[in-house]
Design a protein around this ligand. Sequence first.
Ligand SMILES: C[S@@+](CC[C@H](N)C(=O)[O-])C[C@H]1O[C@@H](n2cnc3c(N)ncnc32)[C@H](O)[C@@H]1O
Length: 252
Amino acid sequence: MNILGKASTSHEKDCVYSVPLNSIAGFEFDTRVAAVFPDMIRRSVPGYASTLSMIGLLAQKILTENCHAYDLGCSLGAATLSIREHTRAQNVSIIAVDNAPAMLEQCATLLGNTQTSPTVELRCEDIRTTPIENAALVVLNFTLQFVPIADRLPLLTKIRNGMNPQSALVLSEKITHDNPSTHDLFVELHHDFKRLHGYSTLEIAQKRSALENILIPESLDSHKQRLANAGFKRCEVWFQCLNFVSIIAFPE
Ligand SMILES: C[S@@+](CC[C@H](N)C(=O)[O-])C[C@H]1O[C@@H](n2cnc3c(N)ncnc32)[C@H](O)[C@@H]1O
């Protein structure tokens, strides 16, 4: 599968957690993960392909001449590719940022020529330090969940302050549910989803353990409250499947 979930031979099947491990190290976006990432995320995140398609359609609608689009935590550039494919406005720059060198290296290969319109600037840095300016679209597609909770409000406030009036933020996250029965049901169904896509019980358990304290999900209400605290005036859930949600937030 390629980065947008279409057939290709350039990436491998995810077997990272398929053999029993004596001790499970914390999850890292390293060379092994980068090599299998399109397969891993497609088989792990319900609705991932839909969020990418919708980001492209939104880009087509919302990007205006001479503006910036940001893909924060871009991984292999799936959202960047979708934005690039759909952008009609002239002189748009996409700024794609990730702090994992192995991911950004693969991203550069997949993007190919970054100088065709819209141009793509790849930045290997922490999104907490990335200046946000003249932004018509900002995408955090399953990235904020990896940022320490204490840093999430300052990051969203900085993003909000760099956004143009008629712009949008896409925030996709794994979430928790306050009702324990709903929470447990959705976690179990998510594991069933992964089994359906070929992951074994061992793989599911080992990856879950590796992500403990690294991917920190919060409730939908917490995200909505934080977006309001950061200065976003409106936000809507535009996609949800089980414990995976995508929110669109507007500064005005
Ligand atoms: C689940 S992946 C995001 C998937 C990607 N947005 C997509 O749509 O395919 C999370 C990415 O965020 C990056 N990341 C996490 N924390 C980061 C930070 N503080 N600064 C930059 N990148 C970060 C990771 O390296 C990883 O590539």
